[in-house]
Design a protein around this ligand. Structure first.
Ligand SMILES: [Zn+2]
Length: 251
């Protein structure tokens, strides 16, 4: 199995106040942030990194968030369809974590293997009260679905390495994708919201353990430096404007 291409799948936008983006900031100024899924084409099939949000599953999201924007084509099924794919083509679904804007589309993949850290899976079922609003059980309580629970860093396949980056949540993971022409790319998920979080080592405002979240940022930067990878942050609106969007791809 070898990596061939990486597709950015835009899944819409939502509003986020500075206090949720940057730990220790209390400003309520709201920024519109992108929600992203990433599809990796390999010689043996497709791997999806994160499944975005299911807008109708989040009560009041469209009604209460003036920055929320989900077009019909933003829906993950339609993004896959635009590439001539459906859920049968996706063998592995790697979930960075189980927050509702990353696990929202997991139910679209009853035949795929859903890959998450064991600590994330168990915590998401019984989160602390302050984290309950970010976990929607119907996103991941999926009877009959196939889960692969990981303990730490894992080589998924040649060129695809899962890196444990907890702190934002108890079992967050990122994905290092080694592309044949573009070189290595590190899909950070929410371990690094914006480029600014990496550059200034800023901890996300939504956080389970800020110290571990800082360690995760440093780990991402270290790995990126050692292997010459580019960081692709999880919710960065400025970065997102520069991203090559599907059907074009990084190869
Ligand atoms: Zn999150």
């Amino acid at each position: 199995m070898a990596v061939e291409a990486l597709y950015a799948l835009q899944n819409g936008f939502m509003g986020a106040p500075r206090s949720l983006l940057f730990y220790g900031e209390y400003a309520e100024k709201v920024t519109q942030i992108p929600i992203a899924c990433w599809l990796i084409k390999t010689t043996d099939g497709y791997v999806l990194f994160d499944t975005g949000v299911s807008p109708r599953a989040v009560p009041g999201l469209m009604r209460n968030d003036p920055f929320a924007r989900f077009t019909d084509e933003d829906l993950l099924v339609h993004r896959l369809d635009a590439l001539g794919l459906d859920h049968h083509n996706v063998d592995l679904v790697v979930l960075s974590h189980l927050h509702y804007d990353h696990a929202g589309g997991a139910q679209l993949f009853p035949k795929s293997e859903l890959i998450v850290q064991r600590d994330e899976y168990s915590y998401a079922h019984y989160p602390a009260s302050f984290f309950e609003p970010f976990y929607y059980k119907k996103n991941f309580e999926l009877p009959g679905y196939r889960w692969r629970l990981l303990d730490g860093d894992t080589e998924l396949a040649p060129g695809l390495t899962i890196l444990r980056t907890d702190g934002h949540t108890p079992g967050h993971q990122s994905l290092l994708v080694d592309l044949p022409h573009s070189g290595p790319v590190l899909l950070t998920g929410d371990a690094c919201y914006w480029m600014e979080h990496a550059e200034k080592e800023r901890v996300p405002g939504v956080v389970w353990n800020p110290t571990l979240a800082l360690h995760a940022l440093k780990k991402l930067k270290t790995v990126a430096r050692l292997v010459g990878a580019r960081l692709f942050p999880g919710h960065d609106p400025e970065f997102w404007k520069t991203v090559v969007q599907a059907p074009d791809a990084y190869r």
